[in-house]
Design a protein around this ligand. Structure first.
Ligand code: 5GP
Ligand code: ZN
Length: 141
């Protein structure tokens, strides 16, 4: 992925501040932090987002996120942590290489997360649940 900024970071063509690395992931400081101490965990293997990523890679992602989140919490002495992951431009994704945000949170930090709630008409959630359930991909045995 010649023009992918995160692939360039992973090839050390662009400098970054690394906080964690294993065979599948590297965690770096986000250049445009939502809050101080904001870290992004980059998959070493290029996938545009979570929906495109390999299941084996994804199964290693949460333990790595947990490790980084605990270190961020300890370092920043924060009250909480948001784990965020954007898929698609309309969802706020700006770099199309799988990454997971680890964002330290404090009371009255001014960060607008979580966003305001949407609402359902009567029965709408149950109807949507049925449709989503029908679209869950079943594994071939
Ligand atoms: P997204 O909006 O795709 O979920 O998140 C992309 C993140 O990557 C943003 O938070 C942005 O600040 C960060 N970012 C973009 N370019 C660079 C870069 O060159 N270096 C680092 N460290 N972070 C970057
Ligand atoms: Zn990439």
């Amino acid at each position: 992925m010649d023009n992918c900024i995160f692939c360039k970071i992973l090839r050390n063509e662009i400098p970054s501040s690394t906080v964690y690395e294993d065979d599948k992931f590297r965690a770096i400081m986000d250049i445009g932090p939502v809050a101080k101490g904001h870290v992004i965990l980059l998959a070493k293997e290029h996938a545009a987002n979570l929906l495109e990523a390999d299941d084996e890679l994804l199964s290693a992602a949460l333990p790595a996120v947990k490790k980084v989140a605990k270190a961020v919490k300890k370092t920043m002495n924060c009250d909480g942590i948001n784990i965020l992951q954007n898929n698609g431009e309309e969802a706020g994704q700006t770099v199309f290489h799988l990454h997971i945000h680890v964002i330290p949170r404090n009371k009255e930090d001014g960060v607008k997360l979580p966003p305001p709630m949407a609402t359902y008409a009567d029965g709408e959630a149950a109807e949507l649940a049925k449709k989503i359930a029908e679209n869950i991909e079943r594994r071939e045995c």
